[in-house]
Design a protein around this ligand. Structure first.
Ligand code: UD1
Length: 420
């Protein structure tokens, strides 16, 4: 059964103080999968203690890998006994990112049987690009009884073009191609920081990958890889969420342990909205809002465009902006579930296909609302921080998938939030 915890947030407190950002969830997940590409132990530091990380630990343990927490943020991953090629439905259904073990399974065991991830709250999210890529590398793939079964005698490098720069597909193919024979070229590859980090991690393991952070990634296959020690980058989405928290409450918050370059589009949009952003020492930012929030239009795009994972949080901010803003979701076809709940809190939002038209209102008011997905849930927390009265948010297990102790971090900034 899912955790029945709820948040109760009494809004209206301008947040003040300092918050420290944890390691990046999505970077940790792909790098954990990449640890299976060798039989040597790897040590990962700055791993966030999150539900999605626990789910990935379960998946790789099922495959026969030893995983131990060395301290609260350090994971030791030892794939010496890695021998099982099946990732069952019970595990994959809790987190789509489990599908990232397919590349390492094909590269190391030449076989994979993975439950087909279903649709999810934010869209159909197929895995066809992943499968097209694996087929191009020589894998035979069938889908039977809800499982994808793949086999390959030998992975052989090839040219692969993606119709859309998919983060997961780029990562999965990069991992398989690292141990393939010959050269793989991924065109229209994702340029996200998490892809760059995974490539950097793989190179540290001994892979030969170039073009990271560009549209064309070239991977020269090698015979074997070795275990490494690696520090996970800070989570740009957690950082962006706290930036909006400072802005929406009219507070001043120092956000420490960030990479401002990876947050560029978020920072630009905050500044356009009239929020002051001071970058300090290249790894922290002070966000302050002493006046009105201006309405701004936002279009989500693959990196370096505005991240879809911050769309919901910016929608919360725009609900109390001066004027009308249009948010266009270009990455996922169905990612506006939070709009309905924000409306319950007094927001004026009209959803038209991939566009949301948000007319700023003077204030939001508390209402019982329900998180329907991770980032949509975060948007409700932000709205609750700004609203008059006490907002009750249910299904916060979605939020726990991606935010480490969000209520403690907000409480430290003065927010009135409790978990019950
Ligand atoms: C990753 C992130 C997620 C983020 C998303 C977009 C992880 C664990 N998750 O998800 O937080 O919101 O990137 O930045 O890193 N698509 C296909 N076929 C495929 C693969 C993708 O049609 O085989 C489509 C998707 O439905 C979506 C778009 O491509 O519309 C982008 O998806 P993708 O970048 O693959 O997202 P994920 O890797 O699943």
């Amino acid at each position: 059964m899912q955790n029945p915890d709820r948040f109760f947030i009494t809004g209206g407190v301008p947040l003040q103080g300092t918050v420290i950002i944890d390691g990046a969830k999505n970077s940790a997940l792909s790098i954990m999968a990449a640890c299976l590409l060798t039989n040597e132990k790897s040590i990962l530091k700055n791993v966030p203690q999150l539900k999605d990380v626990y789910s990935m630990i379960e998946v790789i343990k099922t495959l026969g890998v030893k995983v131990v927490w060395k301290d609260s943020n350090t994971l030791s991953i030892d794939p010496d006994d890695f021998n099982n090629y099946e990732a069952p439905y019970e595990l994959v259904k809790t987190m789509r990112a489990s599908f990232l073990v397919m590349g390492p399974l094909l590269a190391r065991l030449k076989k994979a049987k993975i439950s087909l991830p279903g649709g999810c709250a934010i869209g159909a999210r197929p895995v066809d690009f992943h499968l097209k890529g694996f087929r191009a590398l020589g894998a035979e793939i069938i889908t039977e009884k809800g499982y994808i079964q793949a086999e390959v005698k030998k992975l052989i490098g090839n040219d692969i073009y993606f119709d859309f720069p998919s983060l997961g597909a780029t990562e999965n193919i990069m991992m398989a191609a690292a141990l393939a024979e010959g050269i793989t070229m991924i065109e229209n590859a994702a340029k996200d920081p998490e892809v760059v980090e995974l490539g950097t991690f793989l190179n540290k393991m001994g892979a030969k990958i170039s073009g990271l952070g560009t549209d064309i990634i070239t991977i020269k296959g090698v015979k074997e890889l070795n275990g490494v020690n690696y520090l996970i980058i800070p989570d740009r989405i957690e950082a962006g969420t706290f930036m909006v928290a400072a802005a929406i409450t009219g507070g001043t918050v120092e956000i420490k342990h960030i990479n401002p370059y990876y947050l560029k589009s978020c920072i630009v949009k905050l500044e356009e909205a009239g929020i002051k952003v001071d970058i300090e020492d290249d790894d922290s930012a002070i966000i302050s809002n002493s006046g009105n929030i201006k309405s701004v239009d936002i279009k989500t795009m693959p990196f370096p465009g505005f991240p879809t994972d911050l769309q919901a949080q910016f929608m919360a901010l725009m609900t109390i902006a001066n004027g009308t803003s249009i948010i266009t979701e270009n990455v996922f076809e169905n990612r506006f579930a939070h709009a309905g709940d924000l409306r319950r809190m007094g927001a004026d939002i009209k959803v038209e296909g991939r566009n949301c038209i948000i007319k700023g209102v003077k204030k939001l008011s508390a209402a019982p609302v329900m998180a329907s997905d991770l980032r949509g849930g975060a948007a409700l927390v932000l709205a609750g921080l700004a609203a008059e009265g006490t907002t009750e948010i249910s299904r916060i297990y979605h939020i726990d998938r991606g935010y480490v102790k969000i209520e403690d971090k907000l409480k430290n900034l003065g927010a009135k939030i409790k978990r019950e």
